[in-house]
Write a protein that binds this ligand. Structure first.
Ligand SMILES: [Zn+2]
Length: 107
């Protein structure tokens, strides 16, 4: 079932509602108003999420490329707080490992 974003015309409350395509729009959970308009952001929101993920990956790889393993590990951990995704989790693991390996090489 698709998830839609709505904005209430009466109180400007923005809310998400899950319903079938042919079902009528929901009423505002804030004021009960029936004049709600669909915001077409759900799809772009998902794209954004993917985009954010690839941006995180790129930045992480940049840190690695620059040899900033500590920053990479820190960055991955911070990113994992905001983006719950297996790829980010793997980044955190990998970042820690790299950091350990690097330490072993130096000392
Ligand atoms: Zn409302």
């Amino acid at each position: 079932m698709p998830l839609y974003d709505y904005r209430c015309e009466d109180c400007n409350h923005v809310f998400e509602a899950m319903h079938g395509i042919d079902e009528p729009p929901p009423t505002c959970p804030n004021c009960g108003g029936k004049r709600v308009s669909k915001i077409i952001t759900t799809i772009s929101f998902k794209v954004d999420h993917g985009e954010r993920l690839s941006r995180i990956e790129k930045r992480y790889k940049d840190y690695i490329r620059w040899g900033k393993y500590k920053d990479a590990a820190k960055f991955a951990e911070k990113a994992a707080q905001y983006v719950k995704h297996d790829k980010v989790k793997r980044m955190v693991e990998e970042g820690k490992e790299r950091l350990l390996k690097k330490k072993r090489k130096i000392y």
